[in-house]
Design a protein around this ligand. Structure first.
Ligand code: NAD
Ligand code: UDP
Length: 318
């Protein structure tokens, strides 16, 4: 008898990172059920999959109760506004999807006896006092600041995952994703890499918030997807940092983009409240346990992302 293909539910499947996951799981021979309400996702991200009979799309808010017909082997919870601009525009929805959405999907995983993986974030550490950040660091988080709707929703979601594991026996994984970039990021989602590239391609001044000396570590999306698959298949239940440890200031990012797009000008705008000053993952755990290291350097990743945004801006599909 032929072996049944494994089936995965990917919440937020039409989003930037999760649409790449849909591609990867389909390429690996899985059946994929993407569940999305398109509050921040783009239909174009999954348009190429709609004719694929191994792919299904369920248009559904995962914060509302829902059920899924048929078996599932894995549930990957990626639904959530992710860019600061999006989650500040959708604060209640962000709180709901981190809490109600996570619990709904954990119950579906329990019912189907599926493995559950939750997309957490480096925002768990917020404005870190430990550098680089290890998974054991407990964070420096404001419960009432402008980022708190996202940070606390993700912290609650991690607690829910551990609760469902301990009390209800769900087989769980948690990943903490650090800034990831690549093709399919929305041109207007406000995150720094897409903002700077779009501004550079349009000949506008690049908007550097504050003095531009704050740092981030940028991971290319294919490296992240590889790490996610490794955690799902071979990881344990404790959190894994996934990100590229190479740290850049925002001014260095401007320089990297200028090398490819040509001369750029910058304008300094005020630093948003509670903007973390430094961020860099310690990925020893993922490297040691899973053999994972990011391979794509920023210059190389920017080539692909600039080409993607250039083409989308030209066709009005940004
Ligand atoms: P994205 O906004 O492109 O994707 C999120 C998707 O979730 C969208 O398609 C959106 O429509 C969908 N969604 C949101 N709320 C929903 C709901 N209630 N029901 C159904 N669908 C819903 O963002 P992204 O950058 O691809 O991020 C995906 C996940 O990864 C998020 O959970 C985010 O917190 C996490 N993450 C991303 C990064 C990064 O750098 N991209 C960093 C840390 C964590
Ligand atoms: N940033 C910037 N200009 C922009 C957008 C963002 O200087 O047009 C800065 C922002 O202040 C932050 C960093 O870039 O210090 C990363 O911001 P992003 O929104 O991409 O993600 P965050 O890591 O803050 O969640």
């Amino acid at each position: 008898m032929p072996k049944m293909a494994r089936r995965v539910l990917i919440s937020g499947g039409a989003g930037f990172v999760p649409s790449h996951l849909c591609d990867r799981f389909l390429a690996d021979g899985w059946q994929v059920l993407a569940v999305d309400n398109f509050c921040t996702g783009r239909r174009a991200n999954i348009a190429h999959l709609l004719g694929n009979h191994h792919f299904e799309l369920l248009e559904q808010d995962v914060s509302a109760p829902f059920s899924v017909a048929g078996p599932l082997d894995a549930v990957l919870h990626f639904a959530s506004p992710a860019s600061p601009v999006d989650y500040m525009r959708l604060p209640i929805e962000t709180l709901q999807v981190g809490s109600l959405g996570t619990m709904n999907l954990l119950e579906i995983a329990r019912e189907k006896q599926a493995r559950f993986l939750m997309a957490s974030t480096s925002e768990i550490y917020d404005d870190p006092l430990e550098h680089p950040q290890r998974e054991s660091y407990l964070g420096n988080v404001s419960s009432i600041g402008p980022r708190s709707v996202y940070d606390e929703a993700k912290r609650f979601a991690e607690a829910a995952v551990m609760g469902w594991r301990n009390a209800r026996g769900v087989d769980t994984r948690i990943i903490r994703i650090f800034n990831t970039y690549g093709p399919r990021m929305k041109s207007g989602d406000g995150r720094v890499v897409s903002n700077f590239i779009v501004q550079a391609l349009r000949g506008e001044k690049l908007t550097v918030y504050g003095d531009g000396l704050q740092t981030r570590s940028f991971c290319y999306v294919s490296d992240l997807v590889d790490g996610i698959v490794r955690v799902l298949e071979h990881g344990d239940h404790m959190p894994y940092n996934l990100g590229n440890p190479r740290e850049f200031t925002m001014l260095e990012l401007v320089q990297e983009i200028a090398k490819q797009v040509g001369n750029v000008q910058i304008q300094h705008l005020p630093l948003p409240q509670d903007d973390p000053t430094r961020r860099k993952p310690d990925i020893t755990r993922a490297t040691h346990d899973l053999g994972w290291t990011p391979k794509v350097q920023l210059q190389e990743g920017l080539v692909a992302m600039i080409a993607d945004l250039r083409q989308r801006l030209a066709t009005g599909d940004a």
